[in-house]
Ligand binder design. Structure first.
Ligand code: HEC
Length: 146
């Protein structure tokens, strides 16, 4: 059951991702790594392995920072919107990383003040990241998927 749900989520992101024209190999590599990182984070969230999240989230943070330096041709006309999506992706990644750190400490018995309810905002920030992937692709991919 859990496997099915996780697989369905992968498919949902993948369906939003394919882009017909590859303009910039650097951008392509960053995106591929984002996609792989997102999958690892989802599995860690589902399994409550919060300690594994910050490193993966940092990768997406760094890539979002790189993205703002790589505005593609398709986004030249609306650079601000492209940057907004990239910065929002980075913000969600940062917030998820912070929450994951405190939850990892809680689960290790180090900080029992941390509230269990934080698990849901962590998931919401994951959703926020996925929303930014889809929003930016929807607006700026060079060609709609076939
Ligand atoms: C700020 C805009 C923006 C955001 C945010 C964004 N992407 Fe992209 N992504 C692009 C653009 C533009 C391309 C097209 C690159 C090309 O083909 O030239 C792309 C391409 C891709 C590709 C296809 C790479 C390939 O093989 O051609 C994948 C996979 C991908 N993105 C995954 C993601 C994931 C996962 C996220 C969220 C964590 C994400 N992207 C967030 C703009 C964005």
């Amino acid at each position: 059951m859990r496997r099915v749900a996780v697989a369905a989520a992968f498919v949902a992101v993948w369906a939003a991702a394919p882009l017909a024209i590859a303009a910039d190999p650097g951008l392509k590599q960053v995106m591929g790594e984002n996609f792989a990182g997102l999958q690892k984070i989802l599995v860690a969230l589902i399994d409550s392995r919060y300690a594994e999240i910050p490193a993966e989230v940092k990768l997406i943070h760094d890539h979002a920072a790189q993205l703002v330096q790589m505005v593609p041709e398709s986004a030249r006309g609306d650079r601000d919107q492209f940057l907004t999506y990239a910065y929002n992706l980075r913000g969600h990644a940062d917030d998820l990383g912070t929450i994951a750190q405190v939850l990892a400490a809680r689960d290790a018995g180090q900080d029992l003040q941390v509230r269990d309810e934080l698990r849901e905002p962590a998931a919401a920030h994951y959703g926020g990241m996925v929303t930014m992937c889809v929003a930016c692709h929807n607006r700026f991919r060079p060609q709609p998927p076939k």
